[in-house]
Ligand binder design. Sequence first.
Ligand SMILES: [Fe+2]
Length: 267
Amino acid sequence: MQYQTFDRFYGQAKSLRSVFDRRFKQPLHSHPERFQWDYWHVPGEYTLLRTPAYTYFPKKVYERFHRHLVAWGREHLGCHDISPPWLSCYIEGCRQEPHQDVPHGPLAFVYSLTPWKGRPFTGGETFLKPNTRIAPEFNRLTIFNPAIVHGVRPVKGTHDPRYGRLVVHGWFVNPRPFWVGPLRIEDVRQALEEDLQVRPNLNLGKGFLSLRLDISAAGHVQQTPRILVNTLQKATDLREFTVALKQLKFPKCKTASRLTLPFLIGD
Ligand SMILES: [Fe+2]
């Protein structure tokens, strides 16, 4: 997998977007909230308007979104946190030239607040080399392996921030096990030690892998672990690895547990 997209990601996307629309509604009105933007230009690399997302939005509006994003990352990726996200706006000429983000985190994210349908500009897609383009549809979360060469196609056709490409972006960081259920931390730690005995004999290449294990009350992994995210490159033994994880034994508990296991391999 080079990337994954999740549409209709956040139930209150419109409340985030409306903050931006309100502030740019009247170009002739000056107020302090208009002056929060950095015109970030690194010749040959980046050209865009940016501001820290957590100070741009009203506290309550931002924190609700932040909590949703972090909780989603823990459950679906096994990443415990996110880097402080940027809010970026792309108008005429804005772009990101091909680059790699190493070592920011195992997964980059782009969450779009762009009114994509009916947009007056061309470009603005995230691209991944060699030939992938991802449209930042409104309320879409895109995650991708930031070690792959990537960028943003130049926006052409609008000088008006209200109609440009608007995204919140950053990195999912701190991969570590996340679970719901009565398992104790020592149980998970012990299971992972068993995993470490299996892994040196397998070729898992390089990248990030996250799996879901459903563990019965009796302590058995109920079916072959489901791969949630896989950015591994040149892994030949992934199937063997999931089969080995299926054999893990956990202590008996009163009820079942659901475990998200992330692995950062080859760094
Ligand atoms: Fe990047």
